[in-house]
Design a protein around this ligand. Sequence first.
Ligand SMILES: NC(=O)c1ccc[n+]([C@@H]2O[C@H](COP(=O)([O-])OP(=O)(O)OC[C@H]3O[C@@H](n4cnc5c(N)ncnc54)[C@H](O)[C@@H]3O)[C@@H](O)[C@H]2O)c1
Length: 263
Amino acid sequence: MKRLDGKVALVTGAVGGIGTAVVKDFLAEGAKVIVMDIKEDAVQAAVDAYKADGHPVAAAAADIRDADAVKAAVDKAVAELGPVSIVVANANTGGASTTLDKSTPEAFRTEIADNMAGQFNTVHACIDMLKKTGGSIVVVGSVNGLATFGQPGYSAAKSALLSYTRTMATEYGEYNIRANIVCPGTVRTPAWDARLAKKPDVMDGLKRWYPLGRVASPEDIAKPIAFLASDDAAFISGAMLPIDGGLMAGNHQMARELTLEDV
Ligand SMILES: NC(=O)c1ccc[n+]([C@@H]2O[C@H](COP(=O)([O-])OP(=O)(O)OC[C@H]3O[C@@H](n4cnc5c(N)ncnc54)[C@H](O)[C@@H]3O)[C@@H](O)[C@H]2O)c1
């Protein structure tokens, strides 16, 4: 018996770095997966490849900012695979502001509103199904929602997702629906391609900040998501799990300077 045997999971951002790792891990754990992403061709190509390998998947190309499109895509996929009991709200809708000074009122509003609406629409399209059977919602936040690492609009949206997750955990608990949020640190995914093109050694600089001395792989994030989605986490709800190689635990360099050890 595998951990997610027979469960139907909706994964958004499912052809991106973390999303692909989640889909592969869920399939290996016995789940059926609805592959949702805004990239229509990539969704179809991924679904064709999974099906060719004998995996139970359904394509759901949709922009998560569009509630009607999300609902229509989910309903179509559910007709193929059955009702959803796991939702991984993973896609973020972008946002490029690097500092407050480089942001604008419109960009700031859009980053927060779109990111929140996208996650809301994803869960909203499935909530009636989850209420019937119980289920598990895993939201993908970020360490940017916990402390300041630049990208103010994106960070504010990720902070808001903590509140949203806690609200879901409390409001939907009576239906045996659990809601948790994971907060990854730096993960080497296509989201970094533009910055890597600009500065090829950007990861080498970043890994110095991580107590574990490296950045994450998408699989580092997918495994804990599978755990939270599964019945192994049956009494975990409303939790925030950093998946950050110890980043949020503290600052070793500062500790050295404070204690005058090895300075
Ligand atoms: N990579 C990191 O360093 C990192 C760190 C912390 C948190 N995260 C979070 O992890 C999640 C996944 O990021 P990733 O690194 O895998 O990024 P990615 O760019 O590799 O994948 C994101 C996917 O989301 C899809 N997407 C974007 N907008 C969409 C929309 N409106 N509707 C539907 N799909 C849409 C994209 O097409 C893409 O396939 C995001 O929520 C991100 O904020 C990433």
